[in-house]
Design a protein around this ligand. Structure first.
Ligand SMILES: N=c1c2ncn([C@@H]3O[C@H](COP(=O)(O)OP(=O)(O)OP(=O)(O)O)[C@@H](O)[C@H]3O)c2ncn1[C@@H]1O[C@H](COP(=O)(O)O)[C@@H](O)[C@H]1O
Length: 118
């Protein structure tokens, strides 16, 4: 199974856990998080990102894998809250393929200068 498929399958589960789709905060962690609102979801992303940094600093590869999984999972809940899908993020990454980060940065700065000069 491709990783794209795994992410899309998890996104389907997350979608099904929305309260509007019958998700039950008593039975589902995801539904409980949705019931707490966007701030709670974003707070979890901040916590999980910090845990990723700590695991990497500790040099603990297994912990890093677990923490990145937690981070991706909570980012997917945030995407779902904004009615976005993993495919939207993958499309954005594909759009960037072949464009060096440094080139992209220079392009963005030039566009900003043009905009400021308007
Ligand atoms: N991939 C995950 C997944 N990853 C992490 N988590 C939960 O995310 C929570 C956050 O972890 P923390 O380390 O912050 O622990 P916590 O107990 O919440 O800590 P505090 O917030 O209380 O500080 C934990 O309860 C994990 O169980 C997940 N919960 C669900 N899934 C997937 O979502 C599916 C549906 O889950 P439910 O919505 O619970 O049915 C599952 O079958 C899984 O496939």
């Amino acid at each position: 199974m491709s990783s794209d498929n795994s992410l899309e399958q998890l996104a389907d589960v997350i979608e099904s856990r929305k309260l509007a789709n019958g998700g039950d905060p008593e039975k589902s962690y995801i539904s409980r998080l949705f019931s707490k609102g966007n701030d709670a979801i974003l707070k979890k992303i901040g916590e999980e990102a910090t845990e990723v940094v700590m695991a990497a600093k500790d040099g603990d590869a297994r912990k890093l894998t677990n923490e990145v999984a937690d981070l991706w999972f909570h980012c997917m809940i945030a995407l779902s809250a904004f009615d976005l899908r993993p495919a939207d993020v993958i499309a954005e990454l594909r759009r960037r393929e072949g464009l060096s980060g440094l080139e992209e940065f220079a392009l963005r700065k030039a566009q900003q200068r043009d905009k400021d000069g308007e």
